[in-house]
Design a protein around this ligand. Structure first.
Ligand SMILES: CC(C)(COP(=O)(O)OP(=O)(O)OC[C@H]1O[C@@H](n2cnc3c(N)ncnc32)[C@H](O)[C@@H]1OP(=O)(O)O)[C@@H](O)C(=O)NCCC(=O)NCCS
Length: 189
């Protein structure tokens, strides 16, 4: 599935381009945005390498990684969302997202999470989608709950984070689980 675009109520989720570098670097280099992430804050070289990796993965066959730019109706690129196969044979996927600081608190992360969950179940035929977050990342935990995911437990010491091991909260939603808003269109671009 190449050259895809998803639409949610207020946002377009489109393929990244190499020339998205400035917008992607604005949030990727912001230490408030990357505080709980295993990456960043990015140097410009980090952002350039990230974008070339994203573009390369988008053309892989079979495609197992859907990393899309989050764009407002004004055309502003305000973040990224991803859905990746973690185990295709068991139809498992993993969700993640990042939103630029000046766009926090507007419900955008929840909107893109719901959109990608619907895409994962309806178009990729996933059976279960997981997401993890830092135990202190309460905003992200709230987003996952609002998107219909449920806390399954704590993964103890599952990540190396800034020089030490740390826990993660594991959230998941199953295809046969709670109903979510599936009013999402997928179209080729
Ligand atoms: C986490 C993040 C994605 C949230 O994006 P957002 O667009 O502001 O999220 P939404 O507006 O959809 O929802 C945020 C919710 O968290 C709540 N929230 C925000 N800060 C909070 C805090 N410190 N404690 C508890 N809840 C908090 C908001 O009130 C809102 O819930 P509500 O609708 O019930 O009021 C954004 O802050 C971000 O990109 N952070 C950096 C990257 C990141 O952490 N990604 C997730 C990795 S797991």
């Amino acid at each position: 599935m190449k050259g895809m675009e998803l639409r949610s109520e207020r946002l377009v989720l489109r393929e990244f381009r190499l020339n998205d570098q400035d917008a992607a670097h604005r949030y990727g280099s912001d230490e408030d945005v990357t505080r709980y992430m295993t990456w960043g804050p990015n140097s410009l070289t980090d952002t350039v390498n990230y974008l070339s990796d994203v573009v390369r993965r988008a053309s892989a066959e079979p495609r197992t990684s859907f990393i899309l730019a989050v764009v407002t109706s004004d055309g502003d690129l305000i973040g990224a969302v991803h859905l990746k196969f973690t185990d295709a044979s068991h139809r498992q996927g993993e969700l993640g997202y990042v939103i630029a600081k000046n766009s926090w608190g507007l419900g955008y992360a929840t909107e893109v999470a719901r959109c990608l969950i619907a895409f994962g179940f309806d178009e990729l035929d996933l059976d279960r989608i997981t997401a993890t977050c830092h135990p202190d990342n309460l905003a992200s935990a709230r987003v996952l709950e609002k998107a219909g995911m449920r806390l399954e437990g704590t993964l103890r010491g599952n990540l190396q984070f800034r020089g030490a091991s740390r826990d993660s909260q594991l959230y998941a939603i199953a295809a046969n689980g709670e109903a979510i808003d599936r009013a999402t269109g997928v179209q080729a671009i």
